[in-house]
Design a protein around this ligand. Structure first.
Ligand code: GLA
Length: 748
């Protein structure tokens, strides 16, 4: 719903949120409110507008008034005027900075948003989304700026983006053009972000904000392992399940900046967008540039509540309709089972074991093409290695299909190895500077995806393989970041090199578009040396992403917990792997490895032929159970009751609750045994319906939702030296997954 008062105050609202903005006294666009839904009459908004200004000691907008932007909540601050904070926009011409003054011109409302594979953007039906577009104009500089705000039915989310058009007769340079800025005039906040590195992605980090800036960013050409574009402001005293939290995420996979700035009056500004370092965009007369979208989310139920908001939104308005509400196949991935040591014979033995336990898709990960016997060669040459597959990958795919499984194949489309045929034929297709040295990582270079000919070549190679081998699933990997960014193509085209990083991403999205247009049913799993590109841009095309190369169950608890604040469970591809774990050397029980992995899209990545008969029987049972129960993963609401970054570091507790509250899955993980722990432990289940009685699967006991909410679910006993017979959890790395199923309504 949109209420407009006097063409001056705009109030977007649904049952979940309100977002209000207005035209400031200087004609620019001001921010009024974002948060819990408010009725908000015109008088209410006027009351908030009239809240006064601390203009003393500030620069004034004009000589005839006291108005200053210094402490004014704005929608899209321009750098360099009476607001000395960081701005969302900076423009220049030649060597000269411009200071645009964007004045309100008019607004319009659009219904529906089409899904377009050309660039990742949110979408929805006509009755699901309305977009308020406010056009602002700088008449002197002849620039037009359209601010878009999309409100989605029943979602606690506003999606923002901007389009700027050059209506002058001279080119201008966009030096900085972010996707969103949110000014929160009151309150003390903590800045929450997901930081890490390879094999330790998306650890929850919380910074108490003080006057000044907190910044996270990626300048690697990908959203990165080190920082994730999902960030949040958490109001003081908010915790995992209580209090106000404001989220921001970017529908984009390249360089980004996200920051929170507190000014001298304790006002907080959060911004997100394409990183301005190494970004310039040349806007010729009549040209337009649109920013990636920013998703602003809100919850008054803490960070876990914000995770639920993000999940509901992404499921419906980012993930491809083809994969909404559809089971994802359980994959057996060959990587940790065989690495580069592949032979058709070996894989066929593995395939037999996979079929036996109920695997649905057999994926050959790396090593199948060129002469790829290690990670130093053949990228760019996507033809079968006949040494390993004498009858071609096509023949092996037929075998897989004959066994009734889907066939999956690994590609790393954006990369090229030094000795490859591709690099010999096209030395100028590599990202490298015109002069001077350039670096190598994992023995490979990055292809110049800003060049349409490169994208077309890689597409044609992939298309030939996918078509011939009837590939059902592709794992799209990206194992190195960009260094010494320079595009030979842009040089030929006489475009600024600072356009490269963004044009590279446009090339990546174009390849996705070509593949998914040609093969609409293809399931593409995203991956970047583990979870180095886990973002909404990739999720738009790839409904699931490999979370991390670290598949140790205990390490995964914190990685999945952090990831779930910004992304749905089913977006996380989780594999059960061998012990000792290949990254951590830790030995965890098979049950715990499965219990962690089942909170996501399940797969296996180990040599099944090395398992004992009882282990294989267990795996078979796990797979059978997961198949029956998996709709809960992509339909249910995930809640984190105890998480590694919050409170007790030794236990983790998660629930998934079905929309009708009739089924609740409780995951409980105790990392180290605790002999002196409490004799009886209860876990409160806030999502239980107090008017329903639940059966606890294993024990068969029946208990009301009221008790589950107020007292809690009795957790399995832990071995304490004396209760040998009763003990369920023994030793380190223990876990239990308990299913609660509604049996009847409680009569009053
Ligand atoms: C990356 C991926 C792994 C695997 C290897 C193959 O590291 O994250 O899952 O595919 O590449 O080389």
């Amino acid at each position: 719903m949109l209420d407009v008062y006097d063409n001056r105050i705009f109030h977007l609202h649904n049952d979940q949120i309100s977002y209000a903005l207005h035209v400031l006294p200087n004609g620019q666009l001001g921010h009024l409110y974002f948060g819990a839904p408010m009725h908000g009459s015109q008088a209410d908004w006027q009351y908030l507008i009239d809240s006064g200004s601390k203009s003393g000691g500030t620069a004034k907008f004009s000589a005839d008034s006291d108005f200053t932007l210094a402490d004014t909540a704005q929608e899209y601050p321009v750098w360099g005027t009476t607001d000395y904070r960081q701005g969302a926009l900076a423009i220049s011409q030649g060597q000269t900075p411009l200071y645009p003054d964007f004045q309100y011109d008019h607004y319009q409302v659009l219904r529906g948003k089409k899904r377009d594979l050309g660039f990742p953007r949110t979408f929805g039906e006509d009755d699901e989304v309305e977009t308020l577009q406010i056009t602002l104009v700088d008449h002197v500089l002849a620039l037009r700026l359209v601010q878009s705000y999309s409100l989605f039915q029943d979602q606690a989310v506003i999606v923002r983006s901007q389009t700027i058009t050059n209506e002058s007769d001279q080119a201008v340079m966009l030096d900085r053009m972010l996707s969103s800025s949110l000014d929160l005039p009151q309150g003390q906040f903590e800045f929450v972000h997901l930081s890490g590195t390879w094999a330790r992605e998306r650890q929850v980090k919380t910074q108490n904000l003080v006057q000044g800036r907190a910044v996270i960013e990626s300048l690697r050409g990908a959203s990165s392992h080190q920082q994730n574009p999902f960030v949040a402001l958490q109001r003081d005293h908010a915790d995992l399940n209580h209090g106000e939290v404001f989220g921001m995420n970017l529908v984009y996979s390249g360089n980004f900046i996200a920051e929170a700035e507190v000014n001298e009056w304790a006002q907080t500004r959060m911004m997100i967008g394409i990183h301005p370092t190494s970004f310039t965009w040349k806007l010729a007369p009549t040209d337009s540039f649109s920013t990636p979208e920013a998703v602003l989310s809100y919850s008054d139920q803490g960070l876990s509540g914000l995770g639920t908001v993000n999940t509901r939104f992404i499921r419906r308005h980012i993930i491809a309709p083809r994969w909404q509400n559809r089971p994802r196949p359980i994959v057996l991935n060959s990587w940790e089972a065989a690495y580069f040591d592949l032979t058709e014979e070996k894989l066929t033995t593995l395939l037999n074991a996979a079929e036996e336990v109920g695997i649905e898709c057999f994926a050959v990960d790396d090593g199948w093409f060129g002469q790829r016997d290690d990670d130093r060669s053949s990228l760019g040459d996507w033809v079968t290695d006949k040494k390993k597959f004498p009858q071609g990958i096509k023949r092996f795919s037929e075998t897989v299909h004959d066994h009734g499984l889907l066939f999956g194949l690994w590609f790393e489309p954006e990369m090229v190895s030094p000795g490859s045929q591709l690099i010999k034929a096209h030395p100028d297709w590599v990202v490298r500077p015109d002069k001077g040295r350039y670096s190598i990582a994992r023995g490979q270079y990055v292809l110049d995806f800003a060049n349409p000919a490169v994208v077309a070549n890689v597409f044609n190679q992939m298309k030939a393989v996918i078509q011939a081998a009837r590939v059902d699933y592709v794992k799209w990997d990206m194992n190195r970041n960009i260094t010494e960014a320079f595009s030979p193509y842009l040089q030929q085209q006489d475009r600024p090199q600072n356009e490269f990083f963004h044009r590279y991403m446009m090339g990546v999205y174009q390849l996705y578009q070509l593949l998914l247009t040609e093969f609409p049913d293809l399931l593409i799993e995203g991956c970047a040396g583990g979870g180095g590109r886990f973002d909404l841009g990739i999720l738009y095309y790839s409904p699931q992403i490999w979370v991390s190369d670290n598949s140790d169950a205990i390490a995964r608890l914190s990685i999945q917990s952090g990831t779930a604040l910004g992304y749905p469970l089913e977006a996380m591809s989780n594999h059960v792997t061998a012990v000792p774990n290949h990254q951590m050397q830790r030995i965890t029980p098979l049950a715990t490895r499965y219990n962690v992995a089942q909170f996501g899209t399940l797969g296996y990545e180990l040599d099944l032929t090395k398992l004992t008969a009882p282990e294989l029987a267990t795996v078979k049972k796990q797979i059978t159970w997961y198949k029956q129960q998996r709709p809960l993963v992509w339909q249910g609401a995930f809640q984190q009751l105890q998480a590694p970054a919050f409170g007790d570091k030794n236990t983790v507790a998660w629930t998934i609750t079905s929309p009708d509250q009739e089924h609740i899955r409780v995951g409980f993980f105790r990392i180290l045994a605790d002999v002196a722990g409490r004799s009886v432990d209860f876990l409160k289940i806030p999502s239980a319906d107090p008017t329903t009685q639940y059966c606890i699967d294993e024990t068969g006991s029946v208990v009301s939702g009221d008790v589950l909410r107020r007292v809690g679910l009795r957790l399995p006993y832990q071995f304490n030296g004396a209760n040998q017979t009763e003990a369920v959890l023994q030793g380190d790395f223990q876990s239990a997954v308990i299913e609660l199923t509604a049996v009847k309504k409680v009569s009053n």
